[in-house]
Ligand binder design. Sequence first.
Ligand SMILES: [Zn+2]
Length: 385
Amino acid sequence: MKYIICGTLIDATGTVPRSGQVLAVDGERIAQILDQVEFRPGPADEILDYSGHTVMPGMIDCHEHLVLDMGDEAAQCSQPDAWLTITAVQNARKILQAGITTMRDVGEKNFIDVEMKRAINAGLIPGPRLLISGQPIIRTGGHAHFLGRETDGVGDMRKAVREQLKRGVDVIKIMVSGGMSTRGSRPDSQEFATEEIQACIDEAHRAGRPVAAHIHGGPGLRVAVEAGVDTVEHGIMITEDDVKLLAERGTWLVITHGVGEAAAADPGTPDFYRAKINRVLEGSLAVRKWASQYGVKVAVGNDTNHCRMDMEMGALLGAGWSPMQALQALTLRGAELCGLDRDLGTLAVGKLADVIAVAGDPLVDRSALLRVRLVMKGGAVEVAQ
Ligand SMILES: [Zn+2]
């Protein structure tokens, strides 16, 4: 048995943090949560003493790309696959060490994510649990055309989805609107025709897979949501009516605020990219406020601004989330979005032991999320400082 002595325990169920608790981990799962006064370890037990730290669930990043770093994405994608894979291996390690134990990869070049997931699951390289989407589906010349599967027409759309399913993806990713990081792309344009979007969702749902739609704003939001899309990614330019529609339909919104803020401030960001972000960044606060007000289901993603869950938490706090609600967006909500909340997202007996310890109290100071001292994934210790 492994025992984690917790200074403060935030189980992320929404109950108040508790002190004097010990988490008992048997194999890959949490066996018991006991009071420190009842704690009687045997000589063979392993003790992880985090009595000066806050212990919480491993974080869940619902929108990332292992192969991409912030900046000129077209230039990065022109590198050979071997180089992209090395980048992905580096990022997977960094992301896990930052306390992100589950990550939804929403699009990689040439199915690199398929092999990354295989290598992580086989224990060849360290990395978070991955949910993968294979190649993002993009109309010819559309947003991130350098990254994904260019697809045109209903028949080709069905084929593109089937190609992803054949490779064993967990989720289908479609670029419904234009994007920031592609030169000449308008983030509020609807890139696919309505029938193409409907065909994508129909094909994925018949195979039991959800669809994640990249949508900054514009008419594509209503089209995709009415066609039954499962998650809207980014949504930084959507209207109040769009937000109400998400709430009515129970469609998830994955907020990726930090990457915009970071890219706007980074001198390495291409000028066209920075100009587009600067036009919309301020207005996106209203979207987050409406999402809170209307009760939209929200999770978060770093989207190339790797490992900065503190920035996502800040974006939610600034829009009216309580510290506990914001922390749950980084943990429990992510698990719900991924369909993994039976096993992940909170610290409870019977769940998988994805556990982290941070220095400080993240409910008071979100920078504590940058000071990760313990990372346990499925009961295995990945970081212990
Ligand atoms: Zn993305």
